[in-house]
Design a protein around this ligand. Structure first.
Ligand SMILES: Nc1ncnc2c1ncn2[C@@H]1O[C@H](COP(=O)(O)OP(=O)(O)O)[C@@H](O)[C@H]1O
Ligand SMILES: [Mg+2]
Length: 223
């Protein structure tokens, strides 16, 4: 078991108002899963991914990542856990505008505590950039790329530290369906070859059809 959520609840405070974003989620994610959380806008998908990704902690219930209760970790420990074990692909890509493709992919290595460098690292980064089809765009900045190309940079960056788990929050939301399918194929290949675990959130049928299992969420409940 890679991630275990037990009766997880998440409440946000908005001034005096409380929002119950998750209302008791129990879910296990196994190594090698290729799974999606499907649900309408506002159903709690991003909140759930943020908890699985140790970006946040639950109001009630427990989240175990690799056997560790994440609420026992301080901010620094959670940051290292994310950097070393989790790759993130956000809907808005979150690339760094002043860095080129190569440097964006390299960034999680630079900020991590395993200071890899040299030939081997360069080869690995180039391998990832080639795998996502951007070998001829290495020196380009994000603003010089199309939406689909930016998304592929985000995929390569998410994989650079060889994470156990990749979280992708509506990864195809901004892409045409042909590009979306290509990117999904890249991720599926990595899932099969490296046994990397993938957890998506989406309401895109293309993703839903291509996953091994689908967890449906509505109003903070699994349905
Ligand atoms: N930081 C926040 N503060 C207050 N309410 C939030 C916050 N983030 C999300 N919510 C609310 O929690 C609910 C679930 O949101 P979210 O997890 O973003 O859903 P989804 O990703 O499925 O669209 C929504 O009602 C949303 O408005
Ligand atoms: Mg969302």
């Amino acid at each position: 078991m890679l991630v275990e959520l037990n009766n997880v609840k998440k409440e946000y405070s908005l001034g005096k108002a409380k929002v119950q974003a998750l209302r008791g989620i129990t879910l296990n994610i196994n190594r090698g899963d290729f799974i999606t959380i499907a649900g309408p806008s506002g159903s709690g998908k991003t909140t759930l991914l943020n908890l699985v990704g140790c970006l946040d902690t639950p109001t009630e219930g427990t989240v175990f990542f690799d056997g560790v209760d994440i609420s026992t970790l301080d901010l620094t420990q959670r940051a290292y856990l994310r950097n070393e074990k989790i790759g993130f692909i956000f809907q808005s890509f979150n690339l760094i505008p002043v860095l080129n493709v190569y440097e964006n992919v390299e960034l999680p290595v630079r900020v991590g505590r395993r200071k890899a460098s040299g030939r081997e690292l360069k080869d690995w980064i180039m391998h990832l950039i080639e795998a996502v089809g951007l070998a001829d765009r290495i020196k380009h900045k994000p603003e010089e790329l199309s939406g689909g190309q930016r998304q592929r940079v985000a995929v390569a960056r998410a994989l650079v530290n060889k994470p156990h788990l990749v979280l992708a929050d509506e990864p195809t939301g901004n892409l045409d369906s042909e590009t979306a399918v290509k990117i999904l194929d890249i991720m599926r290949k990595l899932n099969q070859e490296a046994k990397t675990t993938f957890l998506f959130s989406t309401h895109d049928q293309e993703i839903i059809q291509r996953c091994d299992s689908v967890v449906r969420i509505k109003d903070g409940h699994l349905v």
